[in-house]
Design a binder for this molecule. Structure first.
Ligand code: NAP
Length: 342
């Protein structure tokens, strides 16, 4: 990849029929505050600047990342570049002082209160894309999405998104208010979203925003065993597929990724991202992955992946990987869309 290529701005795409227009790849900011070990604030801020310089304009956060700290961290960047970015955040995951606790709230009163917290922490009067992070099946979806639609009418939110919902849930929500984007895990290692959500999104014209498109870094070869290679405060140590025997057998699955990287003069990360981008043509929908990084060099590397084209035979080499992955993507899968599909 030449420096000219890495510096060319990304193509722009629209999320959903009436949603925002963004660069075809976004940036996940989660790791800048929590989950992936210690962070370097100056390097993270430099990464945000590199994103804008590259045309990476969809910036993804959530109220739960650092329990508000990630939104607060982004506020100065957002203030400086409000009209140049698409600001996406999420509500619904509830935490307490017990680090292991995770609750889910989707009731209308919670939705109305949550948006006020995000607006305040981000220092904005409107959020461009507001996602429901997880679904509580005890709350009728129409009530939750109805409350989110009310936020659009009140001018607090511009567009709506959902995360980790099934195809039927996406259809139900879209009938209440247009959904611009579905944010769900989608990568060479995680393809359960293809069961029902992807076909529904394609049919409805909803964009897919794949999260963890680099398999939380495992697909890049940056670590091979979370329990051995990553610090105590790294969330990936809790994920069954990244440690011990599972990690050993999963690392072997990267061989075709490695060989394609060599053939393209690319990195493993770039091949993993190119694969996600090419799902757009395979499934007939708009795909805007949001790889997370805290480093300028990786941001540029990841942005350049949008220009790699894998041939049909190369895609065939990657096709069997996901079915062979050992271990689930979360220690507790109960709030994922997959749990409501089985
Ligand atoms: N909706 C949801 O439920 C949900 C769940 C998880 C995440 N998300 C969102 O999705 C975003 C992305 O997901 P993610 O951060 O979990 O996983 P990811 O993008 O698959 O991987 C991020 C990891 O890969 C490393 N990395 C990035 N680029 C690299 C490269 N070129 N070479 C080597 N390593 C590289 C990063 O390290 P460095 O930071 O050190 O570069 C980080 O450890 C998050 O930031 C968050 O906004 C949403």
């Amino acid at each position: 990849m030449t420096s000219d290529e890495t510096n060319a701005p990304l193509p722009q795409v629209r999320l959903g029929a009436t949603g925002p227009t963004t660069g075809v790849q976004g940036l996940g900011a989660m790791g800048m505050s929590e989950f992936y070990g210690d962070t370097d604030e100056a390097a993270a801020r430099d990464t945000l600047d590199a994103a804008l310089e590259s045309g990476v304009t969809l910036i993804d956060t959530a109220d739960v990342y650092g329990r508000g700290a990630n939104e607060e961290f982004l506020a100065p960047f957002v203030a400086a570049h409000r009209d140049e970015i698409t600001l996406a955040t999420k509500f619904s995951m509830v935490r307490t002082d017990d680090p292991a606790y995770r609750g889910v709230r989707n009731d209308p009163a919670y939705v109305k209160a949550a948006v006020e917290g995000s607006l305040r922490r981000l220092g904005v009067d409107v959020i461009d894309l507001y996602y429901m992070h997880r679904r509580d099946p005890a709350v009728p979806l129409a009530e939750s999405v109805g409350a989110m639609a009310e936020l659009v009418r009140e001018g607090k939110v511009r567009h709506l998104g959902l995360s980790e919902v099934t195809g039927p849930e996406l259809r139900e929500a879209h009938a209440v208010h247009p959904i611009a984007a579905l944010q769900s895990e989608w990568s060479l290692f995680s393809r359960d979203v293809e069961v029902s959500a992807v076909p529904a999104a394609a049919e409805l014209g909803v964009a897919l925003v794949p999260y963890s498109p680099l398999g939380r870094g495992f697909l890049t070869g940056a670590f091979a065993d979370a329990a051995r290679d990553l610090p105590e405060n790294d969330f990936r140590r809790t994920q069954p597929r990244f440690s011990g025997d599972n990690a050993r057998s999963n690392a072997a699955l990267l061989e075709p990724v490695r060989s394609l990287a060599a053939a393209h003069g690319a990195t493993l990360a770039q091949i993993a991202l190119a694969w996600v981008h090419q799902r757009a043509a395979v499934h007939g929908l708009t795909v805007v992955p949001i790889p997370g990084t805290r480093k300028r060099s990786r941001l540029l590397e990841n942005a350049a992946a949008t220009r790699i084209v894998l041939t049909a035979s190369e895609l065939d080499l990657l096709e069997p990987i996901a079915t062979q992955v050992a271990g689930a993507r979360y220690p507790d899968m109960s709030t994922t869309s997959a749990a409501r599909e089985s």
